[in-house]
Write a protein that binds this ligand. Structure first.
Ligand code: ADP
Length: 447
């Protein structure tokens, strides 16, 4: 087991990892920018190292500073959290060269899955169902037209290097396609420094369903069921639940087994998420994330398994703590992402939190790095906390969520809490009847 883990992140996820390390009796080091000197993760860690000024590229993305912080403190492993360097293959390679363990998959696995065209090819080879579309990158307009005619309109043009919901264009006709191809390529080139794009069938009313997997790197893997993340705004997840209201036990077991088998066949090491769109009873792979996800707590709630413990165990060579046949899915869990944003316009609302009171009671978990008097720096993501609620079934979970949202107080800044108070009382949400476009439509109809 590791002696000392350096956490290369900030906010709620830095705290989340710190808690898991403490439980395992591992010393913790955190890094922080000058803007985060007062952050909770800095206060609670055994050691902290300031690695640079506020901009992320000079601090949380500065590989040299982070490696130096490991050497100064003697950390033998790094947990990257999500975002920042968590899917940076070069970072994983550099750590390996310094004999520091990256708590995550190999650089090669990160590289394969980080390139969406390569990821889709790999998924297909491993028996995972994919969205019909081009076999690889598409450069010629004539080729694009031929493929689109073949799979049928509408189609979506996506950047191979894409992420965060950026670099996607929908084309409903051949005329649209010409423009979409050009704009997608130039946007991808500008945003990601790689203008490779590919085409796939645009699904009209899918749900976003993703499967949590963990591999031990030696050919064994488990799946921990699925999460439904269909409630999205601008392709960003807002509310996530486990299990999906749309799947039955048979479908869950089938897609879960397909995914864990693929992960085992790859000899993948660590936690990962295989993301699908789901429509008319069919799953279509869209991408794999080779890291812990923001929404992992809903899976922890229904399985009782600490995913960060599993990540640390697997990375240290200790193997998985459970076998597939020991995993039980119990009850229902929902996560709300609470952002420091205006609940209608979604413009960021940094500033000082004058009062912060979190709900409690049975089935309630709040993962947050903020506190009363905390000043939210304007440089980073607007996520200030996550409310995760667990109940014996979805009805109980929703009742409890409504109560927890009533108790939650964040004063001094605007937050997205009012949005969730609205959603929890909506009949479509109560019925689990929503797809990936539901939230945007709802927001447009209720300005
Ligand atoms: P990113 O890495 O940028 O998040 P994804 O491939 O995961 O990109 O897609 C993000 C979101 O875009 C999906 O959750 C879905 O809402 C939408 N999307 C992606 N591919 C398709 C598709 N083929 N049809 C319809 N919607 C899609």
């Amino acid at each position: 087991m590791f002696q000392k883990i350096l956490i290369a992140n900030r906010g709620e996820i830095a705290l989340r990892v710190l808690r898991a390390a403490k439980e395992l009796g591992i010393q913790t080091v955190v890094v922080h920018s000058t803007a985060d000197a007062d952050a909770m993760h800095v206060r609670l860690a055994d050691e902290s190292v300031c690695i640079g000024p506020p901009p992320a590229r000079d601090s949380y993305l500065n590989i040299h500073q982070i490696v130096a912080a490991c050497e100064i403190t003697g950390a033998d492993a790094v947990h990257p959290g999500y975002g920042f360097l968590s899917e940076n293959a070069k970072f994983a390679d550099i750590l390996a060269a310094h004999k520091i363990t990256f708590i995550g998959p190999s650089g090669d696995h990160i590289r394969t899955m980080g390139d969406k065209i390569e990821a889709k090819r790999t998924a297909k080879r491993l028996g995972i169902p994919v969205v019909p579309g081009s076999e690889g990158a598409v450069t010629e307009e004539s080729e694009a037209k031929r493929i689109a005619a073949d799979i049928g309109y509408p189609v979506i043009i996506k950047a191979s290097a894409g992420g965060g919901g950026r670099g996607m264009k929908v084309a409903r006709t051949e005329e649209d396609l010409e423009i979409a191809l050009d704009t997608a390529r130039s946007e991808a080139g500008a945003a990601f420094g790689d203008d490779a794009v590919y085409i796939e069938k645009y699904l009209e009313k899918p749900r976003h369903i993703e499967v949590q997997v963990v591999g031990d790197g030696a050919g064994n893997a488990i799946h921990l069921g699925e999460r439904d993340c269909s409630l999205q705004r601008r392709h960003q997840k807002v509310w996530e639940e486990a299990n999906s209201p749309a799947l039955n036990d048979e479908e869950r077991a089938k897609i879960g087994e397909t995914c864990s088998k693929a992960i085992a066949d790859m000899s993948y090491s660590g936690a990962g998420t295989i993301e699908f769109l789901y429509e008319n009873g069919e799953f279509y792979f869209i991408e794999m994330n080779t890291r812990l996800q923001v929404e992992h707590p809903v899976t922890e709630a229904i399985t009782g398994i600490d995913l960060v413990h599993e990540q640390i165990r697997v990375a240290s060579g200790g193997g998985l703590s459970v076998r597939q046949n020991e995993i039980r899915f119990q009850g229902h869990a929902i996560e709300c992402r609470i952002n420091a944003e205006d609940p209608r316009t979604f413009t960021p609302s940094p500033g000082t939190i004058t009062h912060f009171h979190t709900p409690g009671g049975l089935g309630i978990r709040v993962d947050s790095g903020v506190y009363s008097g905390y000043r939210i720096p304007p440089y980073y993501d607007s996520l200030i906390g996550k409310l995760i609620v667990h109940g014996r079934n979805r009805v109980e979970c929703l009742m409890r969520l409504r109560r927890a949202l009533d108790e939650f107080v964040v004063d001094g800044i605007k937050t997205t809490l009012p949005l969730f108070r609205d959603l929890v009382g909506n009949p479509d949400i109560a019925n689990g009847d929503y797809d990936i476009h539901w939230l945007e439509k709802h927001l447009a109809q209720n300005p």
